[in-house]
Design a protein around this ligand. Structure first.
Ligand code: HEC
Ligand code: HEC
Length: 204
């Protein structure tokens, strides 16, 4: 009787583990790769090469892991389809939420797997002028270079932000079941750097 129960429990645990493991495998399998800057060397025209580099980077910039936090309105988005954040929350004056519902009352310093909660110490919404949702890659490119709309950053600052900022980095370790941003943060940083070195040209 006792041993029978133990077997049942073991079977249940094994089934649970299997479903968790396949879930991970599926979500990891879906993440795209990112081409290295060198793979664009064959493009002789510098401006055209720069545009090609930014277009490749666009796979990251338009990915839901980034866009969900760079939404057009005041409400963050969730999931692969970018559905409106549940429960409803709003950016508030500082991007950290309204007084009654601050982001960090739910989002902790790190991902919390049992609750499927993404986390980071600085978890908050990108300011309105940095919205990427619904914009063309050309529009995102122009605004990302514009100091009036990019938080006063130089192109060098942008390279640094993209390759080293840990909130950006969350997108490559987003936690349970979420698809990671394409490639790696390092690979994305290398593309931004190469784009800047080739004159930071924008797609149309
Ligand atoms: C009442 C709790 C709560 C509050 C407050 C809250 N969130 Fe969330 N948030 C969640 C939960 C739960 C999820 C995970 C939902 C899921 O993926 O199924 C989530 C997911 C997200 C995601 C989705 C990540 C992705 O790519 O899928 C973003 C972005 C986000 N929250 C931003 C914010 C911001 C910004 C604030 C503050 C303005 C905030 N949240 C406030 C509970 C909350
Ligand atoms: C949890 C929310 C969150 C996520 C996820 C997120 N960002 Fe941001 N992002 C912000 C906030 C907040 C700022 C403003 C920070 C500042 O100016 O100091 C910002 C600013 C930026 C900026 C600089 C300003 C500009 O031109 O938009 C870049 C570049 C950027 N993010 C890139 C990314 C990329 C690339 C990803 C995905 C790989 C990403 N972010 C994911 C919240 C987020």
């Amino acid at each position: 009787m006792k041993s029978e129960m133990r077997v049942n429990v073991l079977v249940a645990v094994a089934a649970l583990l299997m479903s968790v493991m396949t879930g991970y495998a599926v979500s990891e399998g879906r993440s795209e790769s990112l081409a290295a800057p060198e793979s664009f060397d064959a493009i002789g025209d510098t401006a055209a090469r720069s545009v090609a580099l930014f277009t490749e980077l666009g796979k990251v910039l338009t990915h839901p892991r980034c866009v969900n936090c760079h939404p057009a309105g005041d409400r963050p988005r969730q999931g692969e389809q970018g559905r409106p954040h549940q429960p409803p929350v709003a950016r508030g004056a500082d991007g950290h939420g309204l007084a009654a519902m601050r982001c960090n009352s739910c989002h902790q310093d790190a991902n919390f797997e049992p609750g499927r909660m993404p986390g980071h110490p600085a978890w908050h919404l990108a300011p309105r002028e940095m919205a990427w949702e619904g914009k063309s890659l050309g529009e995102i490119c122009a605004q990302i270079k514009d100091r009036e709309r990019n938080g006063g950053r130089s192109l060098e600052d942008l390279v640094h932000h993209m390759s080293a900022d840990t909130l950006v980095g969350w997108a490559w370790a987003p936690g349970f079941g979420r698809q990671s941003a394409p490639g790696t943060q390092k690979a994305a940083g290398a593309l931004v750097e190469a784009w800047v070195k080739t004159g930071a040209a924008c797609p149309k």
